[in-house]
Design a protein around this ligand. Structure first.
Ligand code: TSX
Ligand code: MN
Length: 595
C-alpha cells in the first residue's frame, strides 16, 4: 500500500466498518489506470464484464432484472424530526433506521473484498469541491466511481491527518458463505434495500442495490441530497442542472444552468450544437451544478462530476451526436443489448435494428421479439473529458459565472415554447411550480401532469419549503447580479398531435433570444404568465416553421392557465407553513394577472 493512510477519522471508520461487515479483504483505491485495469481483469475473469470488440477498453454489464433503477420508495432522508425531511421525502427516525441497517450490515461482506474509494466531487482542491470516501463491496462500483468522480490518492493526501470527508457506506447486501458460488449481479431483495441519508451528520448508508444512483454514492446521494442540505446551511446551491457555455459570433460568452425533470433531454441540451451560424456551444456538465457567490458578487458554477452516467436508449447521432462520439472508447455500458459483432445496441440508435442480438437479460433477441433489447434505463458511464465539445474551462476550480437559469418540462399543450420571469421571485415561482407530463420512461400512467419543483423532488435532502426559501434568500444576496430566469417547453403539439418545434440543435435559437434579452437587444411582451418573445425576435433563419405554428408555440390560452391554478394550489398546500410567503404572493399576483 503506497498511499498515505494517516487520516484519523478515516482509519477509525475503516476499522468500524471492517468489524461490522467482516470482509475477507480490504483494498484501498488509488484511482490509477493500473487499478482500473486490475478491477476489469477481475470482472472479466468472473464473467461479469463482457468485453466489446467494437469499442476499445469498453465493457458491458448486465444487472439483476430486479436491480435496474433508483429505488425512490426505499430512499430515506433521516433527520431527527420528520418535519425537517418535509412532504417530498421518506423519513425514518435515525436510531430506528440505523438499527435496522446495522443488522443488515452485520457480516454482509463475508466472502468479499471491501474497497475503500477516496474521491473528490469537483476538481481536486477546488474551493467548491467536497471530499467523500465510499466503502463498497462491489468492484462494479469501483470502476464506475473511477469514471464518475475523481478517485485518487491525492484526495487522501489532501485530507491529511485531520481533514474531514463525507462517509458513504455501500454494500450490495449479499454475503457469500464459504465455497458458495457467486452470482453475476448479487443484490438484496427490494424490501431489504435502503438508500439512507443522515444530512445532520453528513452520512450516507446504502444497502442492497448495485445500480447507478443507489450505489455510486458520489452522485445523487452526496452531490445532490447531502450537498443540498449542506449548501442551505453554508449559503450556496447544489442543483440538478446541466451547465453549458454559449458563445455568440462576437465571442461573448454566456453560461447557462438548466433544470429539467427526467425524459426532457437534459443530456442532449448539455451537448447541443447550435444550428445558427457563428454561435458555439460547449458542455460543462449534464446533471449537477454546485454554485457559490464569488468575490464579484456573481454566481459561479462547477460540475462536481467527472463523467456522464446517461440513459442509452434514445441516444443517437440524430438526437445527440456529441454523446455518441463520447462513447467510442473507455466506456462502461449497463443493461444495453449485445450485438453479434461485439458492440452494444439500444432502441433509438441510428440505422437498422440488428437482425439478432443478446438482450439485457442475456437472452436471444430479434426484431420480432416483443420485449426491448436494452432496458429503458440502460446506461453508459463515460469520462466527461472524452466529449468532443467539453469546455476547456470545465475543470476551472472557481467555476463559471452563470448568466441564465432555465426551467422546463414536457407539455403537449398550454405552456409556450419560451418565456422569461418578471423578476427573481417570479423565477423562483416558475421553478417551484415546474411540471412535466409523464412518459413511458416514468413510472405510472402516461400523460399525467407531475409537479417536479426545480427537478429536485427526488434529490432535495431537506424540507422542500425551506429549499424554496433558500432560493429566495440567494436572490436577495445576488441582487442585480442574479441570473435571469426563463422557462421553456420544447414539446408543445399541434391539434393533430405533431411536435410544433423542431427542438435539438434549433433550441439554440431560443438560447440566442435569452442572450439578446440579457444584452437588452430585444424587448418582450408582458403577458399574465411572463415575458414572451415579440414576433420576429426568435431567429428562424434557415428553417421553415409556418407562422401559424410559431403563433401556436407562443400562444397563451388564459382559460387553460386558469384551469392550472387549483393544481398549483394543491401543490403549494403540501408545504404547509413552510411555503414562503413570497411564493404565496407570487401565486396571488399570477391569479390577478390572469383576471
Ligand atoms: O432532447 C430532446 N430535446 C432537447 C435537445 C437539445 N428531445 C428528446 C427528448 C427525449 C429524451 C426532444 N424531443 C426535443 C428536444 O428539444 N424535442 C423533441 C420532440 C421532437 C422529436 C422529433 C422531432 C421534433 C421534435 N423531429 C422529427 O421527428 C423529424
Ligand atoms: Mn439527473
Amino acid at each position: 500500500m503506497n498511499v498515505s493512510m494517516k487520516n484519523k477519522k478515516l482509519n477509525m471508520w475503516i476499522k468500524e466498518v471492517t468489524e461490522l461487515c467482516q470482509p475477507d479483504d480490504i483494498y484501498i483505491c488509488n484511482g490509477s489506470k493500473e487499478e482500473y485495469a486490475l478491477m476489469i481483469q477481475k470482472l472479466l475473469k468472473s464473467g461479469i464484464a463482457i468485453p466489446l470488440d467494437k469499442r476499445p477498453n469498453s465493457f458491458l454489464f448486465r444487472s439483476d432484472p430486479s436491480d435496474v433503477a433508483r429505488v425512490e420508495d426505499r430512499t430515506y432522508i433521516s433527520t431527527s424530526s420528520k418535519e425537517e425531511a418535509g412532504p417530498t421525502n421518506n423519513w425514518m427516525e435515525p436510531k430506528e433506521l440505523k438499527n435496522t441497517m446495522l443488522n443488515l450490515y452485520k457480516g454482509c461482506m463475508k466472502g468479499r473484498t471491501m474497497y475503500v474509494i477516496p474521491f473528490s466531487m469537483g476538481p481536486i482542491g477546488s474551493p467548491i469541491s467536497k471530499i467523500g470516501v465510499e466503502i463498497s463491496d462491489s468492484p462494479y462500483v469501483v470502476v464506475n466511481m473511477h469514471i464518475m468522480t475523481r478517485v485518487s490518492d491525492r484526495v487522501l493526501e489532501l485530507l491529511g491527518a485531520d481533514g474531514d470527508f463525507i462517509p458513504c457506506l455501500h454494500s450490495i447486501g449479499a454475503p457469500l458463505a464459504a465455497g458458495e458460488k457467486d452470482s453475476k449481479w448479487p443484490c438484496a431483495p427490494i424490501d431489504k434495500k435502503y438508500i439512507s441519508h443522515f444530512p445532520e451528520e453528513r452520512l450516507i448508508w446504502s444497502y442492497g442495490s448495485g445500480y447507478g444512483g443507489n450505489a455510486l454514492l458520489g452522485k445523487k446521494c452526496l452531490a445532490l441530497r447531502i450537498a443540498s442540505s449542506v449548501a442551505k446551511r453554508e449559503g450556496w446551491m447544489a442543483e440538478h442542472m446541466l451547465i453549458l457555455r454559449l458563445t455568440n459570433p462576437e465571442g461573448k460568452q454566456y453560461h447557462i444552468a438548466a433544470a429539467f425533470p427526467s425524459a426532457c433531454g437534459k443530456t442532449n441540451l448539455a451537448m447541443m450544437q447550435p444550428s445558427i451560424a457563428g454561435w458555439k456551444c460547449e458542455c460543462i456538465g449534464d446533471d449537477i451544478a454546485w454554485m457559490k457567490i464569488g468575490s464579484d458578487g456573481r454566481l459561479y458554477a462547477i460540475n462536481p462530476e467527472n463523467g456522464f452516467f446517461g440513459v442509452a436508449p434514445g441516444t443517437s447521432y440524430s438526437t445527440n451526436p456529441m454523446a455518441m462520439d463520447t462513447l467510442k472508447e473507455n466506456v462502461i455500458f449497463t443493461n444495453c443489448a449485445l450485438t453479434d459483432d461485439g458492440d452494444v445496441w439500444w432502441e433509438g440508435m441510428d440505422g437498422d435494428e440488428p437482425a439478432h442480438a443478446i438482450d439485457w437479460k442475456g437472452r436471444d433477441w430479434t426484431p420480432e421479439s416483443t420485449e426491448e433489447a436494452a432496458h429503458p434505463n440502460a446506461r453508459f458511464t463515460a469520462p466527461a473529458s472524452q466529449c468532443p465539445v467539453i469546455c476547456k474551462d470545465w475543470e476551472k476550480p472557481e467555476g463559471v459565472p452563470i448568466d441564465i437559469f432555465i426551467f422546463g418540462g414536457r407539455r403537449s399543450n398550454v405552456v409556450p415554447l419560451v418565456y422569461e420571469a418578471y423578476n427573481w421571485d417570479h423565477g423562483v415561482f416558475l421553478g417551484a411550480t415546474a411540471a412535466s407530463e409523464t412518459t413511458a420512461a416514468n413510472i405510472g400512467a402516461v400523460g399525467n401532469l407531475r409537479r417536479d419543483p426545480f427537478a429536485m423532488t427526488p434529490f432535495c435532502g431537506y424540507h422542500m419549503g425551506d429549499y424554496f426559501q433558500h432560493w429566495l434568500d440567494m436572490g436577495d444576496r445576488l441582487g442585480d447580479k442574479a441570473p435571469r430566469v426563463f422557462y421553456v417547453n420544447w414539446f408543445r403539439k399541434s391539434e393533430d398531435g405533431k411536435f410544433l418545434w423542431p427542438g435539438f440543435s434549433d433550441n439554440s435559437r431560443i438560447l440566442k433570444w435569452m442572450c439578446e434579452r440579457i444584452d437588452g437587444k430585444v424587448g418582450a411582451e408582458e403577458t399574465p404568465i411572463g415575458l414572451l418573445p415579440n414576433e420576429g425576435d426568435i431567429d428562424l433563419n434557415g428553417i421553415n416553421i409556418p407562422s401559424d405554428d410559431m403563433g401556436e408555440l407562443l400562444r397563451i390560452d388564459t382559460d387553460a392557465w386558469k384551469a392550472e391554478i387549483p393544481d398549483i394550489e394543491n401543490h403549494f398546500f403540501k408545504f404547509g407553513n413552510r411555503l414562503p410567503e413570497r411564493l404565496r404572493k407570487q401565486l396571488q399576483e399570477f391569479k390577478k394577472r390572469l383576471g
